[in-house]
Ligand binder design. Structure first.
Ligand code: SAM
Length: 234
């Protein structure tokens, strides 16, 4: 466990009484008139996916759709799922403003905690910063995502390995920059947590990447990302 996740675990107990529903939390996050995210593809994801033959993809917690739109532009039949109806509406609007093939970028409102994908239905499952300050059963969701991969399909997870500088600006509950539910793991810790059967899934990349990035509300910062890539082998 990292120092930040241990610290987060300590805070979780204190925050239980002020529990907020995930839907209310994320609708509030997207409530402003301006987009929350940059709208550009995450560069770590883009580098990981570049050169793959396009197929069917699904992005978990797609937010305002930047990654899905980029995938559609690369030829993928790309679906984005997100809890927030506001984020989904923004993603659809952003996609319709681009010249994309019909149905190549689709978005659906979906609570991933109840997501039951068909077995072996996607060639690529992506999750960029599928973090939440409120309840999110990330490990269970990512295990299901692995089962949704077709043989040879990839699960590409890009996460914060440490809280981004702008998380401090959203510490409204006083629970710290990551919130009471947040776990920020290294890629290897994440692989250990998901614990996929090695006879059917192979970890191809589990590493940390550092980069400069634009965050919400015009902020800029130095980020440490975890990149975990898993291939379904059987
Ligand atoms: C930190 S944002 C990342 C958004 C986007 N992937 C990106 O990189 O810009 C996390 C996203 O996960 C979504 N989310 C949180 N809990 C969810 C759940 N239970 N089901 C579906 N989406 C969820 C939020 O609405 C939010 O858009």
């Amino acid at each position: 466990m990292t120092a930040s996740s241990a610290w987060s675990t300590d805070r979780r107990r204190d925050a239980m009484s002020s529990e907020e529903s995930p839907l209310a939390h994320w609708e509030q996050r997207y409530a402003g008139a301006e987009p929350v995210w940059s709208g550009r593809v995450n560069p770590t994801l883009a580098a990981a996916v570049a050169g793959l033959p396009p197929g069917r993809s699904v992005d978990l917690g797609c937010g305002e759709g930047g990654d899905v739109i980029w995938l559609a532009q690369q030829g993928w039949q790309a679906l984005g799922l997100d809890l927030s109806p506001t984020a989904v509406a923004r993603a659809r609007e952003a996609a319709s403003a681009r010249e994309l093939g019909p149905g190549s970028a689709r978005f659906e409102q979906c609570d991933l905690s109840a997501w039951e994908p068909d077995e072996a239905s996607y060639d690529l499952v992506t999750a960029s910063f599928l973090h939440s300050r409120v309840a999110l059963d990330r490990t269970r969701i990512l295990r299901r995502a692995a089962r949704a991969l077709a043989p040879e399909g990839l699960l590409v997870i890009v996460s914060h390995a440490a809280p981004p500088p702008w998380a401090l600006a959203h510490d409204h509950e006083g629970t710290g920059p990551t919130g009471p539910h947040e776990q920020m793991l290294t890629a290897q810790e994440e692989a250990d947590e998901i614990a996929l059967d090695p006879s059917a899934w192979a970890v191809e990349v589990a590493e940390q990447r550092e980069r400069e990035a634009d965050g919400p509300d015009g902020q800029h910062g130095h980020l440490e990302d975890s990149l975990l890539i898993v291939r379904r082998t059987a």
